[in-house]
Design a protein around this ligand. Sequence first.
Ligand code: ADP
Ligand code: ZN
Ligand code: ZN
Length: 754
Amino acid sequence: MTIPRFADIILPLAVKGRFTYRIPYDILETVKPGVIVKVQFGRKNLYSGIVSNIHDNSPALKNVKSILEVLTAVPIINDKQLKLWLWISEYYLCSEGEVMKAALPSEISLKNYRPRLETFIELARKFSDDELNVILDKLTKAPRQQDVLSTYIRLSGYTYGSEIMPIRKSLLLSEAHSSPNIIEALAGKGILSDVSLAVSRLTESDSYKESIKELSEAQSITYRSITSQFMEKDIVLLHGVTSSGKTEIYIHLIEEQLKKGKQVLYMLPEIALTTQIILRLKKHFGAVTGVYHSRFSDAEKVEIWKRVADNDPVIGYRIILGVRSSVFLPFSNLGLIIVDEEHDGSYKQHDPAPRYHARDSAIMLAALHKAKTILGSASPSVESYNNAVNGKYGLTELKERFGLIKLPAIVIANTREAYRKKLMVSHFTPELLQAIDEALGKDEQIILFQNRRGFSPYIECSECGWIPVCIQCAVNLTYHKGISKLLCHYCGYTTDVPSKCGNCHSGGVVTRGFGTEKIEDEIKIVFPAARVARMDQDTTRNKNSFNKIIRAFEESRIDILIGTQMISKGLDFENLTVVGVLNADNLLNYPDFRSHERSFQLMEQVSGRAGRRQKQGKVVIQTSDPANKIIRLVLRHDYVSMFRMQAEERITFNYPPFCRMVKISIRHKERTLLNYYSDILGRDLKEIFGKRVLGPEAPVISQVQLWYIKTILIKIEREKPPAKAKQLIVEAIERLEKEKGASSLKIAIDVDPY
Ligand code: ADP
Ligand code: ZN
Ligand code: ZN
């Protein structure tokens, strides 16, 4: 008698649900949860899918298709990963297939994965010391062969009776200044032989180990506070001012986990930050430390994936330093997750689905492993601090910088007044110029922050006010001087810079506002002797460009570094004393309920780069609104007042964390049809949720890539579990999708939008 067996399979599709397939008898043994299989879906499409579970419940459907082939001998995804995928799909209202697409390197089936092979040279067999001496003597007549053999012996560290160590052929040739035919001659005599070995695609640093730094007294108190709070709580928020030594505390926590044989995930919001921290970790923990982010090739990602899955004490990774997507790695044995700069918006994925928050998903992942989570920040998110104040998370505060160096002194420079008195030089106030000048005089370094890349955010006809806009999006085109083009930052559209106005044909087209590129140009004019560099999306397209710029700054080959938010967080430079914020106004005036919180965090972070070692740093913030309440709080580094103010506001106006939010964005290529359909959905939702529905309305950018956009926001009470409300929202969308013509709409749901 044959037992009917079925497998539920996750396919990389945006369609909700798992798909049931029959398991053919001959592969019954190999189909297990977590293996990748090939199946047919629809008429003729073939897909690789992941087996999620196996059962005997014959589906109602007739003609259940069979699995065609098993693509991996062993499970690639473990049960904790499958649980995380399911949680993400349910919480963020997407399909497990969409999570799968975000989680897996595309070549993970390992069928296409080929280890990189390299030729090594080794002794043809084990020789005794005497034998080797005889051979070397005989080779006196063939000095080049003798040289290669003795070089081999030196390189391999050969000692009597030890293992025969293979040496890279390329290394042997270059060290012995020899050629392949000499090695061939030795092989012909049965002395050497070659062997093909798999090598890593990942460059390994030397795995020398330095013992970890002893904690200061304040740091020790914080460390003990964290470990004791972990006895009762799974999550602890470490609120420590910039340069208080949070990273050193993490290093101590990591060491404790390694001693227990556990894995650690250390998350950072941005690739640029991994560059410095990875060196700090490898210095102490050596080769068990790996990095994961999107700049790796697919084959490299597969290799990292394998090393995380592998529990091998030598080649297995125990510590992963990674950005958002590292929550998807195949950890088997996590003891701790560190989410550094936990307030950072980059942890949230906007597009495509899954629109997940990596911090919140990490907390879920930790729970699945019964591991602990530490959230760290100098300016925590209102959400996390609120959880800490309420006792849901533990809280520990570290208020002094390491070495008792004072937090940087903040100078507010009034641009409005400086313009009126004609004191501005280009976009620089006298206060900023003086600070830069003083620092340069002492061979100290400077960072200038401007959150816009390109030369100027728009160009304009000075005669009639005409501004060139993107042909596909409702945004102004940014002028990039280096490539001499106008560029859309939303869709990538580029066009030539017009020499005449597109409206009145006058020649008076001028640049307006400023981005990093313009600041770079102008600072070079003001300080011609200074060495200036820029770090933004445009200068860091290559894989190693972050590394190069950061290294050059560390080695004092750059005096002034200009950059976007990339340079604002986490970096640690010894000789950096002055930070300039060129325009705080455009941070503060962004229309979003989080903009005040965000601008406080950004200014606090970027200030935190200054004066981290010997002496107090200086920060100059340029603004036309010096009385702004957020600026006043930055001046005093007063996080707690910022939190209280924001919390009060959000309670009054009912915003997160005091409610939950779901954002629906609807797109259509026809404006009138978009209005028609979004109104239907709006009315439907209002019948269910009443006044908790805001919109539909056009967002700040109301058209991208020819698609018009409208958004609807739904606020859900905190007190009730959100699943029911989310279900009602999904059903309303499904009703809209059944309307005639609605298939030409694009609808996206964003849970906890950021
Ligand atoms: P944070 O992560 O809070 O910004 P870091 O851990 O980067 O702070 O510390 C700031 C600087 O002070 C770093 O260069 C770090 O190596 C140094 N530092 C911090 N704590 C210690 C310590 N206990 N012993 C030696 N150096 C320390
Ligand atoms: Zn565009
Ligand atoms: Zn004009």
